[in-house]
Every structure is written in C-alpha cells, then in structure tokens.
Design a protein around this ligand. Structure first.
Ligand code: PMP
Length: 331
C-alpha cells in the first residue's frame, strides 16, 4: 500500500535537500513549508515537550528500510509523556502508522533519522503548563550517515557539570528541557578541545554522555552504569547488552567511579545517533591503544549486521518498509 500524497510521488526525482517534503502533524501529512506554529509556542510550552530519536536503516540487500526497535521507541515516548503528564492524542498503533506513512511519503531510500515529538499547543502563557494540556504530535525525518562502516573514535572529558538526577529532573524522561544540562557539558568539552563530555551523577559516579549511554571494558568484561545512575533507559544500551551476552562477553551493571575510566582498556558510547562510538581519550589520557578496541569493534560490527537485517534472530526488532512499494517497483 502506498499512502504517500500524490504530489510527493510527482516529485520523485527531486533530491532530499536539507528538509523532507512532508512533516507528519496531528494525523496529517503537511508540506514542509506549511508546518508552522505561532511564536507564542516557543517558550514555556517547550519546557514539558518530549521527543524520540529513532533510526531506519537501509537493509544490507538494499531492498528495504528497517525501522529499528520502533515499538520500544514509541513506548518510551508514551512513558516520557506520562511522567510529564502530557496527554498524547495518539496511541502506539497510531504513532507507528504515522512513522511508516511518513517514511513512505518522504521516499527515503537511505538511512533515515526519525524525530517524533509532542508539545503543549495553543496560546501558552503559564510558566507551568498545566497537566493534561492539549498536545500536538509532530514527526520529522532526515537522512543520516551511519558511522559504523569506518573506524572512528572520539576524545571525551569528564564534565564539571553534573548530570541531572531523578530527584530533580529525571533523565529517564526524554524531554527537550533535559538537554540544557547536556548542552552545557558539551560546550565545556568543546571549549577545552574535546569532542564529547562524560557526566557524573549527583553521587559523583559515572552516568552518561549528553546523547548516549556509556560503557567501559576492564580485563575483558564490560561495565556500564545501572539504569538508576541518572541515565536515559537507552534502547541501544539494551541492544548492546543482548549482543554482548550472545558474544560471551561478561557484563556488569553497577556504579562506576570516575577513576575507573582512566584504567579502562576500552570506553565507548551507545546511542541511536552515535551507535557504538569508541572513546580514544578521556581527559587527555589515552584509552587502551588509542584506537577502537576489540570489544567495541566486534560490538559495532554485530550492531551493523543487526540493524541492516542480517540477523534473523532479531527480526522482531525491525519494521520493514519495502522500497519497491515506495517507488512503484523502481527499487
Ligand atoms: N542518553 C541520552 C541523554 C540520550 O539523548 C540518548 C539518545 N536518545 C541516549 C542516552 C541513548 O538512548 P537510545 O539508545 O535509546 O538512543
């Protein structure tokens, strides 16, 4: 079934430039240029807004786009909304159909990032948007390039900014306002010549990066902060732990001291956008050999096979969008 609006199919030849043709908004496909809001919506309304970051990968054989763990991401969106007391006007099935319709409408053939978000709508003048306020749901998409096909690493530094905590601003919620904390840490890291910050929690134990969870390897075993360390309940982290178990690599979820980072043989980030991203220096100290280590390398390779549909065992985690269906048989 092809649900793309006719105009989208007419412009099949136009390359994707900067923005998609269509935005999904409250149940409708809206042309990019018409997806507007009043200036009043940018302010306190955004404090309680929640979002998701999802990826659809092109399958290894090029025939399909595969949305990765779509249901888990949409469930987390609903959980974030629940904690923020927002009423989403769409259930999981409605959101799922919306994502798939939008991918078809925007005719992506390549790896695609998907950003659903929900925000209180209307004229918002209250500093504290009331619970249950009327909410809009919007979905945007854009192409991304996976970094998993090449060797890469990043320089990280422990931030002087502590990670927000469950007792104040729960990091378990994927709320836009939580990224104020990560942004401060990121700007500090960049100012000091590093790529990404690593944040400690209120107990001064390891938590996560501004957009990814973190793990380290010591003596062949992976160690990652537990889900009550001030982290988002990361879907990539959960995936990595499953793959590591399959690979026979021991994993511990526990409190991690800052100084353990300096003794680690490997350190790597895990997240939808960052995928499996090796860290090559922490606070200027070389991690291991200074090149991506064997655990992160094998994990990255397994993750690639999984997201590109080469692991039958995890077929349930992939939602297929047939490329032939999208392009009228053109492939
Ligand atoms: N922590 C934070 C703060 C994030 O923004 C993200 C990215 N969504 C993650 C962890 C990783 O979560 P996931 O693997 O579900 O993308």
């Amino acid at each position: 079934m092809n649900t793309a609006p006719a105009a989208a199919l007419d412009s099949l030849a136009s390359p994707v430039t900067g923005h998609p043709d269509w935005i999904w908004r409250n149940g409708e496909m809206v042309p990019w240029a018409e997806a507007k809001i009043h200036v009043n919506a940018v302010g306190h309304a955004s404090v309680s807004a929640v979002f998701e970051g999802i990826k659809a990968y092109r399958s290894a054989d090029g025939s399909r786009l595969l949305a990765f763990r779509l249901d888990e991401h949409l469930k987390r969106l609903q959980e974030s909304a629940r904690i923020c007391r927002l009423e989403l006007p769409f259930d999981a099935a409605g959101l799922r159909a919306a994502v798939l319709d939008l991918l078809r409408a925007n005719r992506y053939r390549e790896d695609t990032y998907i950003r659903p978000w929900a925000f209180p709508t209307g004229v918002i003048r209250e500093q504290m948007v009331p619970a249950g306020a009327l909410c809009e749901v919007v979905i945007d998409t854009w192409p991304f390039h996976s970094g998993l096909d090449k060797e890469r690493g990043c320089r990280a530094a422990v931030s002087s900014w502590l990670r927000i905590g469950d007792a104040s601003t729960p990091p378990r919620v994927k709320a836009f306002s939580n990224y104020h904390n990560g942004r401060l840490a990121m700007m500090e890291a960049r100012e000091n010549g590093h790529d990404w910050p690593i944040m400690l929690n209120e107990r001064h134990k390891l938590s996560e990066g501004p957009g990814a969870c973190i793990a380290l390897v010591r003596d062949g075993a992976v160690v990652t902060p537990s889900l009550s360390s001030g982290v988002l309940e990361s879907i990539t982290r959960a995936t990595a732990l499953t793959l590591l178990e399959e690979l026979g690599v021991p994993v511990a979820e526990r409190e991690v001291d800052r100084s353990e980072l300096y003794l680690a043989d490997e350190v790597f980030f895990m997240g939808t956008a960052w995928e499996i991203l090796p860290v090559t220096t922490v606070d200027g100290l070389r991690v291991g050999t200074g090149r991506p280590g064997p655990v992160a390398t094998v994990l990255g390779a397994e993750y690639t096979r999984l997201v590109r549909g080469e692991r039958d065992r995890y077929a349930d985690w992939l939602t297929e969008i047939q490329i032939q269906d999208l392009y009228g048989g053109e492939g």
